[in-house]
Design a protein around this ligand. Structure first.
Ligand code: BDP
Length: 706
């Protein structure tokens, strides 16, 4: 059904009954034949996609014509057709472009050109992956064009031929599954795992293939398939016990140009190898990893490498042996190097058992304090994976100061698509605006214009490896994502990884049209809901960047003091005088000094610190006046009343779309928006009451606070 097809339904713009000029029959002439010369797994996938997609768009599937030889048919004899191939594999594709045009795209980049006569279309790339991305891109353009050409008149008259050149900006565009082999998913809000059940790999490889397809259509090219918290059973993924299964899954992803990675347990030599130690400088340990890694590559020749969470939240790591993380990562890098594999080493390292002992134990400081001194010591096939913020995927927090701090180290940025702290796919929260804001943040690492996106894409420091990683939000739910509109986050992540310059608005518009078609009311309302959703969520939850205030453990729903007196280091420090975390150099934890001078100064000073982060950086009285002109306490009251009202309005907006979107999706979203509207009131009341009682200050508008 539509919720399963997600954005790959390839809707036609108008039903045949509605207009004489715009029906399925308005197929471009070239869409009758596909000409191909190459035999390649990924090209085959591209052909299947193209055939099915064009078939859905225009009602008739094209005929695929294979010619193994470098055919000498004249152009005229072949037309009308779409030619598909790589520079090395198809001379007729190659000759359709000038050398300069071809040189402008590399690797996974591609060119698409429609001939003036509209009798011919050519798709070319250096690689089969590029061809696949081109096919998905073309199908998307054709689908979107159908909606837009409504104003432009009948399909073929006066339509400009397509000419598209695309090059992915980020090299690694990765998804992290947090799935466990028992079938559960850590922080999963969309049902059970599609990969595993009851300690075994699933038999349903078809669903995995469908997932690979969704991912590839947005440009994803890498995936790790097990939880970063690797338990004993998943440690065995590297062994004969499971390697055959892993290889089968790798094959599904391979067909879509996606490389498979595994999360590995740092203590594997002990857990599965029977050794006494996992010391990275121990010869036996090193040999164990070498041998085991060779076995992995024997089963999966294009295996991507290991993702590692070490010395964090009770996971083992090199600290046990008084080694640092460079020692730890480099040992694995050595085992992977002969095969071209990568170590993706996570920087989410902090001591979760500490209290706030003194100013240096601020959790926000931890990643920088651990990793900054190691800059330059990591092997060239090690990549550090850094969460977007220094805490943990809050609705609002500062950006991680590690971006821009390690010039001599490969880095990827880690986002969280799964909505752990942003309503768990029961509340609507379109995250792309947040990611955009982070990517556009200027670190000043090399002066003005040193945005995070230029660090993530490797260009600022000329790094060999770089890119994006993100925690997936999918499961066995019929819509993949629990909340059907949360698909927009998965889609948006992929699109942004391909091109961070795309706007949140453009991505939302694309996603809505691809998913629901081109009805203008639907497009406008759903896009509006998406684009306002994160601000709404922020309004009724933890205020002004202070974060948390969720129920411990599961992180859903309000609990102002849930973490306040625990060891996890996630505090708001509210008392009867004020609230917020003093992270200044002058009187606080000194965290602000981890940024380059411009940002450090901006955050250090109350005068220049932006309102939305004021409680992340400063402890202030409730009567402190924000740049907005409001006091902190009045801001809290106002945003919480407003947020709850806005959540109610989301529900109303959605209800107007009854009969205009698929009924299954309609009902599912309606139920979820009801929950959100109710739950937002609970948030409002808890937060407002708490701060009313703490501060004793009345709401200026004397609204009812419970
Ligand atoms: C936190 C999650 C926890 C993860 C951890 C991580 O609460 O379940 O294991 O991040 O990223 O957000 O390792």
């Amino acid at each position: 059904g539509p919720q399963y097809e997600a954005w790959l339904g390839y809707h036609v713009a108008l039903p045949e009954a509605k207009g004489a000029t715009r029906t399925r029959t308005a197929a471009p002439l070239w869409s009758r034949h596909i000409d191909v010369k190459e035999q390649h797994l990924v090209i085959d996938t591209a052909l299947t996609e193209l055939k099915q997609g064009l078939g859905k768009l225009y009602g008739e599937q094209p005929v695929i014509r294979h010619s193994q030889t470098q055919s000498t048919d004249s152009d005229e004899q072949r037309k009308p057709s779409i030619r598909v191939g790589t520079w090395a594999g198809n001379n007729q594709v190659t000759s359709a472009f000038t050398e300069a045009e071809r040189a402008a795209v590399q690797g996974e980049g591609f060119i698409i050109r429609e001939h003036e006569s509209l009798q011919e279309m050519v798709i070319g790339s250096e690689t089969p992956q590029g061809v696949l991305y081109a096919v998905f891109h073309l199908l998307r353009e054709l689908t979107l064009k159908q909606g837009k050409s409504e104003e432009a008149g009948p399909a073929l008259d006066g339509v400009k031929p397509l000419f598209i050149t695309e090059q992915p900006v980020n090299q690694l565009r990765m998804i992290n599954q947090w799935d466990n082999v028992d079938g559960s998913i850590e922080r999963g809000y969309a049902g059970r795992s599609i990969f595993y059940e009851n300690g075994e790999f699933t038999q349903d490889l078809g669903r995995i293939r469908d997932y690979a397809r969704l991912l590839a259509s947005t440009g994803i090219n890498a995936i790790s398939i097990n939880n970063v918290n690797v338990h004993k059973q998943e440690s065995l993924f590297l062994t004969e016990r499971y390697l055959g299964d892993v290889a089968k899954v790798a094959a599904e992803f391979r067909a879509y140009g996606i490389r498979l990675f595994l999360c590995a347990n740092y203590a594997s030599p002990i857990e599965v190898g029977g050794l006494q130690t996992a010391d990275p400088l121990d010869d036996q340990v090193r040999e164990w990893w070498n041998v085991q890694t060779a076995k992995v590559y024997a089963a999966i020749p294009d295996f991507g490498g290991y993702v590692i969470k070490a010395d964090s939240e009770n996971r083992p790591g090199p600290f046990t042996y008084n080694r640092d993380h460079a020692d730890g990562a480099n040992m694995l890098a050595e085992a992977l190097r002969p095969f071209g594999g990568l170590v993706i080493w996570r920087c989410f390292v902090y001591d979760c058992k500490q209290d706030w002992r003194d100013r240096t134990t601020d959790r926000a400081r931890a990643a920088y304090d651990h990793f900054k001194p190691l800059d330059g010591r990591f092997a060239d096939n090690v990549i550090l994976q850094i969460k977007n913020g220094p805490m943990d995927f809050q609705v609002r927090e500062a950006v991680s100061p590690l971006f821009g701090a390690m010039e001599n180290t490969n880095q990827v940025i880690e986002f969280q698509i799964t909505q752990e702290y942003t309503g768990q796919q029961r509340h609507l929260a379109y995250l792309v605006p947040q990611w955009k804001e982070i990517l556009d943040f200027d670190t000043y690492a090399k002066g003005k214009g040193s945005e995070i996106k230029r660090i993530a894409d490797g260009s600022l420091f000329q790094r060999q490896y770089s890119g994006f990683a993100a925690v997936s939000n999918i499961g066995a739910d019929a819509s993949w994502t629990g909340h059907p509109l949360a698909q927009a986050n998965l889609y948006g992540y992929g699109r942004l990884g391909w091109n961070p310059e795309l706007s949140a608005e453009a991505i939302a518009d694309e996603w809505v049209r691809l998913t629901f078609g081109h009805d203008e009311q639907v497009v406008e309302r759903v896009t509006g809901m998406l684009l306002s959703s994160l601000d709404i969520y922020e309004n009724y939850t933890a205020p002004l960047g202070v974060g948390w205030m969720v129920n411990p453990d599961h992180h859903y729903g309000p609990n102002v003091d849930g973490y306040e007196y625990s060891k996890w280091g996630t505090y708001h420090f509210a008392d009867c005088h004020g609230i917020g975390v003093d992270r200044t150099v002058k009187s606080g934890t000194g965290y602000t000094s981890q940024y380059h001078a411009e940002n450090a100064a901006r955050y250090e000073s109350l005068e220049t610190c932006p309102d939305e982060l004021i409680l992340f950086f400063h402890h202030v009285p409730y009567t402190h006046v924000l740049h907005s002109g409001k006091t902190v306490i009045q801001h809290i009251y106002d945003t919480h009343f407003e947020g709850a009202a806005q959540a109610e309005a989301l529900l109303e907006t959605w209800r107007e779309l009854e009969g205009k979107v698929d009924p299954v999706i309609f009902n599912k979203v309606a139920t979820l928006q009801e929950e959100q509207a109710d739950h937002a009131k609970e948030w409002r009341d808890m937060i407002n009451t708490y701060f009313y009682r703490k501060s004793g200050i009345q709401d200026e508008q004397a609204r009812k606070i419970y």
